[in-house]
Design a protein around this ligand. Structure first.
Ligand SMILES: *Cc1c(COP(=O)(O)O)cnc(C)c1O
Length: 381
């Protein structure tokens, strides 16, 4: 515990609460699950791996036709793996972009020299379904479409069902980055068609950061042999190795997996998507109502806001200094996040991770206290 957070409303581990897009606050029991050293060939560890992979498939109700493949690294590693594996050298990817994570997929294509087309909307506007339909009509060389479920840049919810419906109607393959939504927002393989979705251990599933995973339609994954330009990110090869001897190809992040197994147990105990998504929704509603009461304005109208992370316009009050605001909140045990928008000066507050109404209310009280200290009656934004 640092000097500055000693009297703050810090978590059981003494760390500040993370109201960020990740890494996120984890439960004490998830952290404690990591107090073991397992060999990668240990039978207990191998069983734990198998259990984790099965549960990830179950979260999207993909039993029977989908498989999950884990990979070391942060979320971007597995986004890159998905693109490299599923889009073949002679394929063409249409990327629906309305933020930095969609842009990142285009950058991956640049590195991999994959042909792509970007369909861009403003950061505060959902991806455009009509335009998608027309583009797929006009360009028959497009083989795959990539979409970001919740664009964490702004916190906007993209219309996944509509995107999937259009892509399926045109018989193209859909690839989803659901990093910041997986486990909290509905994504059901019985309702929508997709070939692959990627997410990571640390966002809405509340494990430790350090691994990502791809839940893929088995028949589509089976056709990706030899596509990956990268050895370490070859999902096909990782999948086959796991099938052969139930082991990862290279040193697995054993502690991260121990934490993830515990995190998934806690996820199921909370009631899966309904429970976890419900808590985030309550956090989000409380946070937005409390901030609005002080005069802060959200970037997004409520109907576009995913209960994941909220973008607020930067106040224009001359007494408001963002660095002092950030540091003041941190000193009281709450970490927020700068904005990443190009359309407006902003900051973000997340409502995912091991946070509940007590922490959100604590953060709101800390914000109110700081405004008083700055001599601000009401925020102008
Ligand atoms: C967090 C996130 C990622 C991955 O980011 P990393 O920093 O590599 O973990 C990718 N896409 C979205 C939408 C995200 O929110």
């Amino acid at each position: 515990m640092t000097e500055s957070t000693k009297d703050a409303a810090s978590s059981p581990s003494g760390d500040p609460w993370l109201l960020t897009p990740g890494p996120l606050t984890t439960s004490l029991s998830v952290k404690q699950a990591m107090l073991h050293d397992y060999g990668s060939r240990d039978a207990t560890f191998i069983d734990l791996n198998a259990r984790i992979l099965e549960r990830l498939v179950a979260i999207v109700h993909g039993e029977g036709s989908y498989v999950s493949v884990p990979l070391q690294g942060s979320g971007t590693f597995v986004v890159e793996a998905m693109i490299g594996n599923f889009v073949p050298a002679d394929g063409k990817l249409l990327i629906l972009v309305n933020g930095a994570y969609g842009q990142r997929i285009a950058k991956i294509c640049d590195y991999y020299k994959r042909e792509y087309l970007v369909q861009e909307s403003a950061e505060d506007v959902p991806v455009n379904i009509v335009e998608l339909d027309a583009t797929l009509d006009n360009d028959t060389s497009i083989t795959h479409v990539a979409v970001v479920h919740c664009e964490t840049t702004s916190g906007i919810l993209n219309p996944l069902h509509e995107v999937a419906e259009v892509v399926a109607r045109h018989r193209r393959s859909l690839l989803i980055d659901s990093m910041s939504a997986f486990g909290a927002l509905p994504l059901d393989a019985r309702e929508i068609e997709f070939d692959a979705v990627v997410a990571s251990s640390n966002k809405c599933l509340e494990g430790a950061p350090g691994m990502g995973f791809c839940v893929a339609r088995e028949s589509a994954l089976a056709q990706t042999e030899g596509n990956s330009p990268s050895l370490v990110l070859d999902l096909y090869d990782q999948w086959r190795a796991l099938q052969k001897n139930r082991q990862w190809r290279f040193t697995p992040p054993t502690h991260v997996l121990l934490a993830f197994d515990q995190a998934l147990t806690e996820y199921e105990a909370e009631g899966g998507i309904v429970g976890r998504g419900g808590r985030y929704r309550e956090n989000c509603d409380l946070l937005i109502a409390g901030m609005r009461a002080m005069g802060f304005k959200t970037l997004l109208p409520d109907e576009l806001q995913a209960p994941i992370i909220i973008t607020f316009h930067m106040p224009t009050n001359p007494e408001f200094d963002f660095n002092a605001f950030y540091d003041g909140l941190k000193d009281q045990g709450y970490v927020i996040y700068p904005g990443k928008l190009t359309v407006a000066d902003s900051f973000r507050m997340g409502c995912i991770g091991r946070l509940g109404s007590e922490q959100i209310q604590g953060a709101l009280d800390a914000v109110a206290g700081l405004l008083t200290r700055f001599g601000i009656d009401r925020i102008e934004a």
